[in-house]
Design a binder for this molecule. Structure first.
Ligand SMILES: Cc1cc2nc3c(=O)[nH]c(=O)nc-3n(C[C@H](O)[C@H](O)[C@H](O)COP(=O)(O)OP(=O)(O)OC[C@H]3O[C@@H](n4cnc5c(N)ncnc54)[C@H](O)[C@@H]3O)c2cc1C
Length: 406
């Protein structure tokens, strides 16, 4: 979100400085599954995830887990999440999520056409493979809904699915094929974006953790780090899973929790899969990317960023892969080969994109949870429109930063 915002703000003529507490070389935007996916019009907060989550909570290899804790922020987030997880919310979120995803996909296509900007972008669709009758029924409804939203989607029989992946035996009943979806190689996207910004003269300052803000007369005037301060006319808070704490520094409450996920990438994969795919009951994502690479990712652990990683969750991912694709016999690698990152999870599964009420020159862009890569390019453009007080390309009312209260 930060780099994409910088891209569009620079393009709009602003002098941009990006401060990062890390070195820009690892964050949630690197090891994700790379889906650019209008198909994800169902938000994270659904009645199903609450029911399923309660069942899964005691299993350390399960795909969804909330670490029980008495932390006020978790309790606040959890109550709001459960309250949001209803049918009406799922229905009203579909159009806004579709619109922002389609908008963002268009922007990615523009990036893909910049000479030298390589992100291994491919438009091959996304499979959602299911194994059980109840998931098949769910898939049938999803396809109807997707078609009603105008998304190019098809329900595939087992034979049709197997035909798309002739070299790999699939243990499933069928699949949804979202032809509307694309994917990319996130590591290349980040590399290209960093190189492009550098070349354009955008200042990228690493190892600068934002510690506070200086304010004057309802405006933020300086961004404070440990040893420096940076004057600012406009401030964009795009600090991912850490954004709740940073927003609190400008007296703004955003219910947000880190949702840790893990991935494993085989660089020269002996296994072949032609299309990105979600293994539905296993909640695992498989993405063939950038030639001969294949990435397996999943799990959603709602935890503090200080909780040590639980790598046994990756065993759960590999078990689900073997269950769906019996030929994929992947041994658990050493932990240095595994990646994990923290999704910034809002309390209703919709991002927070907009201005705040306490200060007149602060924009927030976070909370994208499972779809931050997909919405990355579009969000950056929306941020630049907000900063310039232009009409936004997408209606941002459903994504209002203070929708849970001030
Ligand atoms: C396993 C997995 C698979 C996923 N697959 C997909 C997918 O296929 N498609 C999709 O759309 N999304 C996917 N996601 C989600 C997506 O990766 C995230 O939503 C997205 O990367 C969030 O981007 P961000 O810019 O908000 O956060 P980040 O990429 O985490 O960036 C936040 C930055 O803020 C910096 N920061 C934090 N605090 C401070 C501070 N105080 N001062 C300075 N800097 C600070 C951090 O150092 C970091 O660089 C997946 C996530 C996971 C874990």
């Amino acid at each position: 979100m930060g780099l994409s915002s910088a891209y569009y703000l620079h393009q709009a003529g602003h002098n941009v400085i990006v401060l990062d507490k890390g070195d820009f070389l690892d964050n949630c935007s690197y090891g994700n599954a790379g889906y650019v996916c209008p198909s994800h019009f169902i938000p994270l907060a659904t009645p199903g995830i609450v029911k399923q989550g309660l069942k899964w909570m005691l299993n350390s290899r399960s795909p969804f887990y909330v670490q029980p804790s008495l932390s006020g922020s978790l309790i606040d987030w959890g109550l709001k999440f459960v309250k949001s997880a209803n049918k009406k919310h799922v229905e009203t979120s579909a159009v806004p999520l579709r619109d922002i995803a389609i908008f963002s996909q268009q922007e990615y296509k523009t990036w893909a056409s910049i000479p030298g900007f390589d992100m291994a972008y491919e438009h091959k669709g996304l499979l959602e493979i299911f194994q059980t009758q109840s998931m098949a029924e769910h898939a049938h409804h999803t396809v109807e809904k997707a078609k009603a939203l105008g998304l190019d989607t098809e329900l595939l029989s087992y034979e049709e699915l197997q035909k798309m992946e002739p070299q790999t035996k699939i243990n499933g009943l069928g699949a949804i094929l979202f032809k509307c979806d694309a994917h990319l190689y996130p590591n290349k996207l980040m590399k290209s974006l960093l190189a492009y910004l550098k070349q354009q003269g955008v200042q990228l300052v690493s190892n600068k953790e934002v510690k506070g803000f200086e304010k004057n007369n309802k405006a933020v005037t300086k961004v404070i780090t440990l040893k420096n301060s940076y004057e600012a006319d406009e401030v964009v808070i795009a600090t991912g899973a850490w954004s709740r704490e940073i927003a609190a520094m400008v007296q703004t409450k955003i219910p947000l929790m880190p949702g840790r996920g893990y991935s494993l990438t085989l660089e020269n994969s002996p296994y072949q899969f032609n299309h990105p795919a979600v293994l539905m009951e296993g909640r695992v994502a498989i993405t063939p990317m950038d030639g001969n690479k294949i990435r397996f990712g999943g799990t959603m652990e709602v935890v503090s960023t200080k909780t040590p990683p639980r790598f046994e969750r990756v065993e759960g991912i590999l078990k689900a892969v073997k269950n769906f694709l019996p030929g994929f016999d992947i041994a658990m690698p050493s932990t240095d080969k595994l990646w994990y990152g923290y999704r910034p999870c809002s309390a209703d599964g919709l991002p927070y994109i907009g201005r705040i009420s306490k200060y007149r020159n602060v924009v927030v862009a976070t909370g994208h949870a499972m779809i931050g890569l997909s919405l990355g390019a579009g969000t950056g453009k929306l941020v630049s429109e907000l900063v310039d007080d232009r009409k936004t390309s997408v209606d941002l009312t459903p994504f209002a930063v203070e929708r849970f209260g001030k």
